[in-house]
Write a protein that binds this ligand. Structure first.
Ligand code: CS2
Ligand code: MG
Length: 403
């Protein structure tokens, strides 16, 4: 069997997605997600200009060899654009391999290690009562884990990360990034009282998470982790930017609040020290931004050796193709922790017909051969690309900060 054609489909059914579709000379097809929020066209060009010409005529069964060919062959290794492009090819080839075998991809990865994939939802509120209502909604729908984000009621903060009244989560907006103002002292003062209110209302069993979105320094993160210890979080996410892996030692020295990191990682080298030194508890790398199932499995196996579990990113800017692929891996690996899950817009679901389903706190991947997801290209053509960037954050004095 040979790869006979491959094309990149850019569509905006509520938000932008970049999808690779590979076809073989025997009529089988596979899909891969290549969406990089706010930088979609860079990955589309990378695929179109530099990857697709080399794919035609290759044996689609050689997944590892193709991965190595694209990684080593570029000479310029790593980086989110390169690794998202490689991920799309890798994911599409796993999809084809499943179809050839007549098996869902999780069977090719070793079969089920659990009955379903535990997911967490996003609760948020402009006020604490609004937040409690949002949490109650998730509990009523059977969720066992909920991420808690609440607006900071301080004039110094113009827009709190993760708090939005929109029914579908979408941080990217205008082509030129929107600007928000941030104050660390106001945030640190407010958050412990939010968790006190949530625990008082929902008791000890509900698993609670919080995303700091890279806003703190290690010592500030250590202080927050310690302040949140009474509320027994499942994880505190992205407390600091993770370029400096050594920085996590300082957090670890001061708090037992578990730490989750990794949605912006694209290689095992981004977390090798974090994992080897047991500086984190959950690694949140994803299929799409970390080189596909082949490379993500490598990261997760390293994590398993060091008591680190997984918590893959699953925001709405990852397409249903990514979610499908993630679920097959989540089901198979021994050290799965949690999977992030947010509903996509109905237009997105229509463009990407998929067989995974939510039931009582769990997601279940499709039992169809392959990944169990496709792209409806006629439907996709109805939604042309719209430029949209992620916001930026500044401190009160105008200094650029981390969004
Ligand atoms: C967030 C993301 O889901 C999360 O944990 O940190 O939604 C992130 O803001 C977006 O994926 C950025 O594109
Ligand atoms: Mg996050």
């Amino acid at each position: 069997m040979r790869i006979s054609s491959a094309r990149v489909i850019v569509t905006c059914p509520g938000r932008n997605f970049v999808t690779l579709k590979i076809e073989t000379d025997e009529g089988l097809t596979g899909v891969g997600d290549a969406t990089l929020n706010g930088r979609e066209l860079a990955v589309a060009a990378y695929l179109n200009e530099h990857v697709l010409p080399a794919l035609i005529g290759r044996d689609p069964a050689r997944i590892e060899d193709t991965w190595q060919y694209l990684y080593r062959g570029a000479y310029w290794r790593r980086g989110p654009v390169t690794m998202s492009a490689i991920a799309a090819v890798d994911t599409a080839l796993w999809d084809i391999k499943g179809k050839v075998a007549g098996l869902p991809v999780y069977q090719l990865l070793g079969g089920r290690s659990r009955d379903g994939v535990t997911v967490y939802g996003h609760a948020n509120g402009a006020t604490v009562p609004e937040l409690l209502e949002s949490v109650a909604g998730f509990v009523a729908r059977g969720y066992r884990a909920v991420r808690i984000q609440a607006a900071v009621p301080a004039s110094e903060i113009s827009d709190t990360y993760g708090v939005s009244a929109a029914p579908i989560y979408e941080p990217a907006s205008s082509a030129i990034p929107a600007e928000a103002v941030w104050s660390t002292p106001a945030y640190l003062h407010h958050i412990p009282s939010v968790f006190a209110a949530v625990r008082a209302e929902f008791g000890p069993a509900l698993r609670l998470l919080h995303d700091v979105h890279h806003r703190l320094t290690p010592i500030e993160a250590a202080r927050l982790g310690r302040a949140l210890e009474p509320y027994a979080l499942t994880w505190l996410e992205d407390p600091v930017p993770a370029e400096l892996q050594d920085g996590f030692r300082l957090i670890r020295q001061h708090t037992t609040t578990p730490i989750a990191v990794g949605e912006v990682f694209n290689s095992i080298w981004d977390c090798e020290q974090l994992i080897r030194e047991q500086l984190i508890d959950y690694v949140r790398a994803t299929v799409v931004h970390a080189g596909g199932l082949t490379h993500l499995r490598r990261i997760f196996d390293l994590a398993a050796l060091h008591h680190v579990r997984t918590g893959s990113h699953g925001a709405t800017d990852l397409s249903p193709v990514s979610m499908s692929a993630a679920l097959h891996l989540d089901l198979a690996i021994p050290n799965f922790g949690l999977q992030e899950y947010m509903a996509h817009a109905p237009e997105t679901d229509a463009v990407f017909p998929h067989g995974y389903r939510y039931e009582g706190g769990y997601l279940h991947p499709s039992e169809e051969p392959g990944l169990g997801v496709d792209i409806d290209e006629d439907e996709a053509a109805r939604y042309p690309y719209r430029a949209a960037s992620l916001p930026v954050a500044r401190l009160e004095d105008g200094t650029m900060h981390n969004w």
